[in-house]
Structure formats: structure tokens, C-alpha cells
Design a protein around this ligand. Sequence first.
Ligand code: XMP
Length: 511
Amino acid sequence: MKNGFLILDFGSQVTMLIARRLRELGYYSEIKPYTESLESILKFNPAGIILSGGPNSVYDSNSPKRNVKELLEIAPVLGICYGMQLLAEQLGGQVEPAKNREYGLKEISWMESVNDSIPAKHNVWMSHGDVVTAVPKDSKIFCKTADHISGIKSEKYWAFQFHPEVAHTNYGKEILNAFCVFAGAKADWNPKTTKKYCEELILNTVGANDHVLCALSGGVDSSVVATLLTKTLGADRVHCVFLDNGLLRLNEFENVLSQYKNFGLNVIGLNAENEFLTALYGISDPEQKRKAIGRTFIEVFDSTIQNKLSAVKDKIKFLAQGTLYPDVIESVSSVGGSVTIKSHHNVGGLPAKMNLKLVEPVRHLFKDEVRSLGLELGLPPEMIGRHPFPGPGLAIRIIGAVTKDKLQILKKADDVYISNLRSHNLYNQIWQAFCVLLPVQTVGVMGDGRTYESVLALRAVTSSDGMTADWFDFDSKFLRHVSNEITNQVKGINRIVYDVTSKPPATIEWE
Ligand code: XMP
């Protein structure tokens, strides 16, 4: 069976978008470094191979190179930007520095119609300094701008100088779809096949007598992973632990625990608020908070296994993790790692400490695919549509040291804010919303008296993956209403501000 598309990464900033677009079109796709072995490519058995863009010129002595002729023997190839130049150079065409470099939106004209859904002329997004000036033998010009060749085609490949994967390219998705049709691929990637794919991954990883441990956070990813494992292996082999670290939203632990039990998960719910608050005592630095929480999590988790799961302890060989595809791509990228802005891996130390192997059933999925899979598994839409919530929870939304009193204030204010987002039908338009309690007190007046209380910041952002974000443009009436409700109902807050910063330059969370 052909196994979707293989994308070879030559270092473009937008390679991940190619995979996303193909998945949206219903074609499975995976990204591999451009150095991926021929053996592994043959094993993947792709319906098509895509060569990504990249920052280099094919004439740089250290530019990433790969023999494209052997790839053309395996499957139809699509070259994008640098990928097009690589094809042209190796197949006998010519690549030269452009006299007029092309950046941003440019109009192209098709020499040959792609299909009825794509007009003869439209705008595309370009970013290149080199151009193909002579086409290889057996190929022809597919499209061009006023100055340059922007696409070539042969019986075995298509190549474009522009980026069909970026949203600014008009008809980009239609162009990618046309290539998939040209490659003879079948659009069969949907929630049902996704579920089957993940189940196979679990069965190929976890041995027939092995048990799995699963840490639940209340979030979408761990809920989907636990449900998938339970449906695949049976509840008696999947042991879930849900800790109340005292840093969850108001009544969240009780509500989510009862939902978990309703779907038939084999779950232990444990109150460990004191352990976490003791570990956080007096700590103001955000990274120190994350470390203290991560450490406490491992300690409490470990002692729960020793005390509550002693009967099956020796059979537990795996720890389930909700790793997603963007994390996997980051680690295979040919461009290299990035600077750590925040250390997110709250359970990172667990497998080593407990001598467990990892099972990561959704490691090939994007967040939106995990959500669709959750619905396919029958999880309630309210749980699937929940805003992301960070592992360290409210601890990183109290600037400065965390105390029980501050947590109470923040939980109440957050509940007013989120309930209003729901009742005003705004919740689903926003990617993530929350309150931040500031270590700043200001003077206010209530009744006839003076107050000296804390400032609360409201944050709401739109985003597609949390990597970049924009602040949500509320109607001022809504902000006025929420501000009144919080200052009236939550003792300890007398001033509300709204955060109007995008990411970058800010991050979504304040710590
Ligand atoms: P930032 O604040 O880095 O957040 O823009 C991007 C996304 O990641 C979440 N976040 C975390 N998640 N542990 C997590 O599990 C963490 O330490 C952590 N810090 C931030 C944040 O809520 C947003 O969704």
C-alpha cells in the first residue's frame, strides 16, 4: 500500500506547513531530513516525494544536496523553491542568481491549465534570490511571472519557485491537491484511518502482557491518549493517574475526574495540593517554579505507583505520553534546535526515574488531528474544545510567589472570566484565555472606603498552534461587563487590565 507523501526538509521555515496542508487535503504525510536513507524512503513506500524549500543556493559549496534521480525512480516528485532548483540543476537545467529577486506576492500565468478550479493568472508568495533560467530536457515551463520561470513539469515531477503551502498563495491548496492527483495518491487520511493508525502504533509498541501508566492532566492530548490506549488494550492494562496539584481551575479536578470515570478509564484521582504548595513555597522565579512542580510531580507519581498500584507495578513497562508531531519534527529538523524560552517538559524525568519505556500514540498527529480523533473516540465536544492549559497550571499565572490565598483569588476571577466567555459565545473563537494575578497593589475606592488591592490582567489570544498568537479584539462592552463582575465578586482585586500584546514579542503566558 502506498503510504502518503514523504517531505524531505532542506531547511525551510515553512516545511511543517506542507505536511499540514497535505493532511488537511486528506493525504498522510511525514517530514524527514533531506539526508534520510534511501532504504528508509523505500520502506515508507511514498505515493509522492516533496523536496522543501531552504535558505541555501544550490551553488553554495555547503548547500544540502541529494541525488534527485534516484528519488524520481521511487515516486513522482514535487520540488518547492530550493527543491525546484535542485531538480533543475541535477537534471540538466540552469539555475542563476536572479536579476530581479522575487519576494512577497507576485502574479503568475499558467502556460498550461492545472485544472478548472485554478485560474490562468493569480498571485503566489515568493521568497527567492536564485531562478531557473533553462529547463531540463524532457520538461517544460508550467508557469511564469513577468520576469522569471516559476514552475516546470515533466512526466515524473512538478516544481514551483513559489510556496503553494503558505496561506498567502492564492489557490495554493488546489495546486498541492492537483499534484497529489498527478501522483495518483488516494485521499484516505481521516479520523477513522487516523484512529486505526494510532491503534496499530500502540499494538506494535506495547507487548501483549505489558501494562501502561498514563498521567492525565485534564487537557485534550492526555485525555485522547488515555482513551485510545484504554480502547486498544483494555482498562485493566491502562492505569491512569490524575493528580490535583492545587493549581487547576475552580472545581476542575472534581469535574474532570468524574468525566474520566464516565468514559470507563481506570483512573486514580489523588489530592496532592499540600505537596505542591510546599514545594513552591517562597519561589518567584518562573523556571524555578516549573522545576519544583516537575520534581514534585515525579515524587508524588512515584509514591502513588508504590502505594496504590503495587499489585501490578511489575507489569507496568510503559509510560504514555501525549507528544505531538510538531515536537517530533523539531527533533528531526535539518535546521537544528532552537533556544529554550520556557522548559515545558513537566514529566520529562519520569521514564528514567521509573525505568519505563515510552509509548506516544499521537506522535504523528497535529493538534487539530488529535481533536478530531477525540471526537471519533466519543469524547465530549466540551472536553475536546477546551483551551490549552499549561502543565504548571495557575502557578505561572501568579506572578511572584504562589500562596493558597492568591490561588483562591485567581481561581474565582478566572471562573468569572471563562464563564462569561462561554455565556457570550466567545469561548470557541478564542484559542486560549486566562487571568494573571499581578504582584502589584493599587489604590481604589469601594463604597466610601479606600481599598489597596491586587491588579488582575485578562489575556485572550487567537492562534493556530501557540507558536505565534494575536490578542483577541473584544467588544469593549464585554470587557466592561467582566471587569465589573470580577471587581464586585472577587475580594482582593480592585483593578483589571487587558493584555494587548501579540506573540512575538510577548509569549502567551506571562511566565
Ligand atoms: P508560551 O507562553 O510559551 O505558551 O507562548 C505556548 C503554549 O504553551 C503553554 N505553556 C506550557 N505548557 N508546560 C506546558 O505544558 C509549560 O511549562 C508551559 N508554558 C507555557 C501555554 O499555555 C501556551 O498554550
